[in-house]
Ligand binder design. Sequence first.
Ligand code: ATP
Ligand code: MG
Length: 412
Amino acid sequence: MLHYHAFLIKYAEIGIKGKNRGLFELDLVKQIKIALKRCEGTFSVDRTSGRIFVNCKSDYDYDEVVENLSEVFGIVGICPMVILPVEPIDQLRRDVAAFFGEEYPDRNVTFKVHTRRLARNYPEDSMEINAQLGEEILKTYPETKVDVHEPDVMVHLEIRERIYVYSHVIPGPGGLPVGSGGKAMLCLSGGIDSPVAGWMCAKRGLKLDATYFNAPPYTSERALQKVIDLARIVSKYTGPIYLHNINFTEIQLYIYEKCPHDELTIIMRRYMMRIAEAIAKRTDCGALITGESIGQVASQTMRSLAVTNAVCSLPVFRPLIAFDKEDIVTISKKIGTYETSILPYEDCCTIFVAKHPVTKPLLDVIERHEHLLDEKIDEMVERALNTDEIIIVDRDMTRVIKHREDALVEGM
Ligand code: ATP
Ligand code: MG
């Protein structure tokens, strides 16, 4: 394999953000640097005239670098490049033909050469360079053909202070760099849907925090571990996630004791959203994210969603709202959460479900029944909020912060 000196990073959408483009590029550079920290070797990431380059300053492992860059949202293409000195056209012909031969050993391809001549003092213009290099490649490998309309492969040259040559484009994940859109609070259960919902929003540039509602001793330590494992998989794409583990037991039991059983789930969902929103507000999150999808279960009919939504003042992002389960499963397999999501540990919602939950709740009826909780619910919510356990989850580490004061010290 060729030794590549650098990678050109292609990004699509962030290129069209007008005045904000610079900021988006900085976010992308930051994420690229984080990804490269995981790789053996020394690199610099440079931004010049609408391009981001990763320059390899030492030996490195090609597969490792490509794999890590392939996870960075905002990148649409990764182009391994060879860098040549600015050299006369005769030498350039030989070097580019050799490059082509290494890149396409079977050579049975149609091609086109495309040159951007940014160094205006290079003697030949770009048309001339394209023609000469094309001619040399044809001469060296007679089995190739030029096709200017639909070539199998493109050979790109950028003539700057040096000459950059690349051809292969390895697809990146697309989207926007994590953090460029702010931070949101993901309601993360142990199921299939919510990790996918979080991943989708991260792909659109949101950084994630997460809240998990736990019901010990009705749910086991293993159920919590499963949620941590899911957060860890998602954090591969998003960077560290602060997971708030909320003890929801006494609230659930209290709702169970006081409210009509066919409304348990919906009332419980409303308390979850209230609590998640309170944590979101104190941790600077601008929205909530859930894995809800219309009609998936009784608490996700249009009417149920409306009743749940009514307790929130922050926007609630539901990226899976119109997805079939099958499509959600496909994404969860792709991002690597599926196998963990289907582990059979019980979730707090499944323990207290009614046989026939309401599917068309009315807001005023639900609100009236919630008044049955007036005596103790506020202090319970307060307690749940004040005893949240914060678990910092990253791709290869987990750290538990027991007290909120410690989290504040850590700059949350
Ligand atoms: P999932 O597969 O994500 O668990 P679900 O199909 O089981 O979703 P519900 O249990 O109705 O659906 O939950 C809908 C959404 O509410 C979830 O996608 C998640 O965002 C949130 N949610 C449900 N249970 C919890 C929980 N225990 N902790 C945090 N969020 C939860
Ligand atoms: Mg679930």
